[in-house]
Design a binder for this molecule. Structure first.
Ligand code: COA
Length: 396
């Protein structure tokens, strides 16, 4: 088996063929496949790997070169996507070999963390990934928001086809990237695919300055039917109220509105008479919660943390295995390898990743198979890595 590296911007016909078979209606018409292969936007902002043997391409995996906010600081993040193997080459270890090569390359190129959406979490747990909290959907009749129609609010909304408003939506995403824990953005050249979005409307909330403070992409199914929104992106309650007031204006047009919200959002508090159903629906292979892992603790030095110290051993991992002294200071996390020290707790990479991302709590780790943390150590870890609910938002 040989592994071929596909660099950003390089066409990747073999990988596209395997991805098309795995993820699209199949068989795909040859001209449609040729169109996908020649579209430079699919090759932009990603590195790919293809495993080949004498029978041809056997498997592929890619990393999208993203950025993600962790506890207030922005880091390079490898978004793993397009993992697929040839139907005659499954269960032969090709994808395992590609994942090991890809994660090693991303770590060596300075990516401290990686995320993905699994077809099945147990598959990626063996590569060190921890499941993060899922976003929620909020379903409500817009009539419940009618009181907002009479509210004076600072700011205004603008409305356009999603493609026309793409640059301002991107500006909003970059604004959220600066401070929203877990929030991730695509590389600019890949995000341009959104500029072709003809299927959605875009409403933006503007409070001041030139960068929007809130935004929602949506489409309307039919008169009296459902308004399907994507993520309700807001920088605070006022921008959210502007967007909800816009939705309230659809009271006699649609029967219900569905929007995606962050794991820590509370739609039940959006209005006193609002009837709302909030749901986290996790299904495989198409609607999984995201997963994340740390690729290098050293690259996370300086991460904003609480002031506390702990010695941890991370086991069973090619990239972050070892014993570390982790200390929080006003300048952020200090990371020192201490190979001979006695650890306060022993964790898998999934356990370490959950600490960095802020959920779940270390008291859950033993049941999840992520290591064992004595309660006094768990208390120190909650100070060093205060609990947070990450909101990845980007889907890939
Ligand atoms: C999922 C898929 C990529 C797996 O590829 P594969 O070539 O069979 O993977 P490998 O042979 O390298 O297996 C790697 C490991 O995962 C295990 N594994 C494989 N398929 C699995 C599955 N469906 N569920 C759980 N574990 C699985 C293997 O047993 C192996 O474990 P080991 O390393 O401990 O021996 C392949 O079946 C596929 O292309 N499916 C359709 C597309 C898809 O769902 N892609 C994933 C998108 S996130």
């Amino acid at each position: 088996m040989r592994i071929r590296h596909i660099e950003p911007g390089e066409p990747d016909g073999a990988g596209m063929f395997l991805r098309a078979y795995a993820f699209k209606a199949s068989p795909m018409q040859p001209d449609e496949l040729a169109r996908l292969c020649s579209d430079p936007r699919f090759a932009a902002g990603r590195v790919g790997l293809v495993a080949e043997d004498d029978d041809g391409p056997r498997a592929t995996a890619s990393a999208v070169l993203m950025r993600q906010n962790l506890r207030g600081r922005v880091y390079p993040m490898a978004g793993i996507a397009g993992v697929a193997s040839h139907p005659l080459a499954r269960r032969r270890g090709y994808v395992r070999a590609l994942m090991l090569e890809l994660l090693g390359r991303m770590r060596d190129e300075g990516y401290p963390v990686s995320t993905l959406y699994p077809f099945r979490p147990s598959f990626y747990e063996r590569f060190g990934y921890a499941t993060l909290p899922s976003p929620r959907t909020a379903t409500f009749a817009p009539a419940g928001l009618r009181p907002l129609l009479r509210r004076e609010l600072p700011g205004e909304v603008s409305w356009a086809r999603a493609g026309e408003g793409y640059q301002r939506y991107r500006d909003l995403a970059l604004r959220l990237l600066e401070y929203r824990h877990g929030f991730a953005v695509f590389p600019e050249e890949r995000d341009r695919m959104a500029a072709d979005n003809e299927s959605h409307w875009l409403v933006l909330a503007q409070l001041d300055g030139s960068v929007p403070a809130g935004g929602l992409m949506y489409r309307i199914e039919e008169y009296s039917g459902t308004l399907h929104g994507t993520d309700l992106l807001t920088t605070g309650p006022t921008s959210r109220a502007l967007l909800l007031r816009f939705l309230a204006g659809h009271t006699d047009q649609v029967g219900r509105v569905v929007v995606t919200v962050a794991p820590d959002d509370t739609p039940e508090l959006w209005g006193s008479d609002l009837t709302v159903h909030v749901e986290a629906a996790v299904r495989f292979p198409t609607n999984a919660a995201p997963m994340a892992r740390v690729l290098s603790l050293e690259l996370l030095a300086g991460l904003p943390t609480g002031e506390q110290g702990v010695t941890l051993t991370v086991v069973d991992d090619a990239w972050v295995g070892g014993t570390y002294r982790l200390a929080g200071s006003p300048d952020g996390l200090e990371v020192t390898r201490v190979p001979n020290a006695e650890p306060d707790a022993t964790l898998t990479c999934a356990g370490l990743s959950a600490l960095v991302y802020g959920a779940p709590d270390p008291a859950e780790f033993e049941l999840l198979g992520w290591g064992s943390v004595p309660e006094p150590v768990a208390q120190r870890l909650r100070v060093l890595f205060p609990p947070r609910l990450p909101y990845l938002c980007a889907r890939f």
